[in-house]
Design a protein around this ligand. Structure first.
Ligand code: NAD
Ligand code: GLY
Length: 380
């Protein structure tokens, strides 16, 4: 069941290694890389409480000096003040440029550790050990690192690739169920935009919301296929100048829903799930893909325990208004990523894999209007 995916970027090639028990093999994995003698494990009290001892034991048994840097848990701590705590620890521990920062945690820890690694001494070795489903299939792969600014999420950041992504699927057993479902939203995203086989596997599986009822082989398969999809896209467009934008499928409306509810009511995956329903139905309404495809996508989203309905109290006009301040705005127009057919991306490679603004404009001869989005939102 072990899988290795090579992300062979010309300047920073690295592997994504997926296997049960990897937490206990971190030391031997690091020993095979040129990463100095000191490893700072950055984590939070919850994840470190579960897996810290095993990670420290494995890494120190391979001869590394291990430094622990435990940060407070939560998105509200993903900011420059917390990054300073990592720098302070690095100074106190006399970390050199050849030393290593290792992220043990979800996307919050991974993004912050990567940013600290990118900036400490102008670039220090970086290892990702993601522990949420979302971080395994998305945040740990591809080198986006950063922190939030009071004026916006992920406003401060850098592209900085890790030297290794080591995934241990067994750690998902302690992940809260809601976090697992959030990660499934990103798995479904890859199925729609990139991998038709993954889409069929998700569609044909009886349920997708409870990890206890999912066979380890099935979990390993969806992790491998999702990481492969992300690696394929990042390899073709590391710095998001064209293709990588398709990874934002479902995110335009998703971000607006997160924002309108002050990031407190829905987590990212729940909002992206609703965003994909909107994008799918909009694509069907515009004749870009079939209603049947949109319905099958919605079925998978529901099977993952994510909602396909918008709560009645949300202000639909305000949601659409917020999409105009999204970072995906292009020439003043909202850049929706709309699907053309299930898993089309892999088939056509680095040409436009899903419909971007220009392709939609070419096909329907006009911009998508706000009232068309509102009509879709009303249908939910
Ligand atoms: P998270 O890192 O906040 O983790 C969610 C919760 O799960 C936390 O309370 C954490 O302590 C807990 N947890 C983590 N692993 C656990 C485990 N195995 N067992 C028990 N509890 C565990 O949330 P997330 O969803 O992993 O990450 C969200 C962040 O990722 C956001 O800040 C987002 O911006 C970022 N992100 C980055 C990228 C990227 O490409 N860099 C992509 C997507 C998301
Ligand atoms: N999560 C989107 C990206 O990595 O580009």
């Amino acid at each position: 069941m072990a899988a290795t995916i090579a992300l062979n970027l010309p300047t920073n090639p690295y592997q994504i290694q997926i296997d049960g028990g990897n937490i206990d093999r971190l030391g031997e994995k690091l020993a095979g890389l040129k990463i100095g003698t000191k490893v700072t494990i950055v984590s939070n009290p919850s994840v470190f409480g579960h897996y810290g001892d095993r990670a420290v034991k494995s890494i120190s048994q391979s001869g590394f000096e291990v430094i622990e840097c435990i940060l407070p848990d939560g998105e509200e701590h993903k900011n420059l003040r917390t990054i300073e705590q990592i720098y302070d620890r690095a100074i106190a521990s006399k970390l050199e440029r050849s030393s290593t920062f290792l992220a043990l945690g979800g996307g919050v820890i991974g993004d912050m550790t990567g940013f600290a690694a990118a900036t400490w001494n102008r670039g220090t070795n970086f290892i990702q050990v993601p522990t949420t489903l979302l971080a395994m299939v998305d945040a740990s792969v591809g080198g986006k690192t950063g922190v939030n600014h009071p004026q916006g999420k992920n406003k401060i950041g850098a592209f900085y690739q890790p030297k290794l992504v080591a995934i241990d699927p067994d750690v998902l057993q302690t992940l809260p169920a809601r976090e697992f479902r959030a990660g499934m939203a990103e798995v479904i995203k890859y199925a729609v935009i990139w991998d038709a086989d993954l889409f069929d596997r998700l569609l044909n599986h009886p349920q997708l919301s409870n990890i206890e009822d999912l066979a380890p082989e099935f979990i390993a398969d969806i992790l491998t296929r999702s990481c492969q999809a992300k690696a394929d896209v990042v390899l073709k467009d590391e710095k998001e100048s064209h293709l990588r934008g398709i990874l934002n499928y479902g995110h335009t409306i998703g971000h607006a829903i997160e924002s309108i509810t002050n990031y407190a009511r829905f987590n990212h995956g729940e909002a992206v799930g609703m965003g994909m329903v909107v994008a799918g139905r909009l694509a069907a309404a515009l004749g870009l893909w079939s209603k049947d495809d949109a319905d099958r996508q919605d079925l998978i989203i529901a099977k993952a325990g994510l909602t396909t309905h918008l709560p009645a109290d949300l202000d639909l006009e305000k949601i659409v208004h917020l999409t105009h301040s999204d970072k995906k705005v292009e020439a003043g127009k909202v850049r929706y990523i709309l699907p053309s057919s299930i898993g089309y991306g892999r088939k056509i490679g680095d040409r436009i894999a899903t419909k971007d603004r220009q392709t939609i404009l070419n096909e329907i001869g006009r911009e998508v209007e706000d009232n068309e989005i509102i009509n879709v939102l009303r249908s939910m």
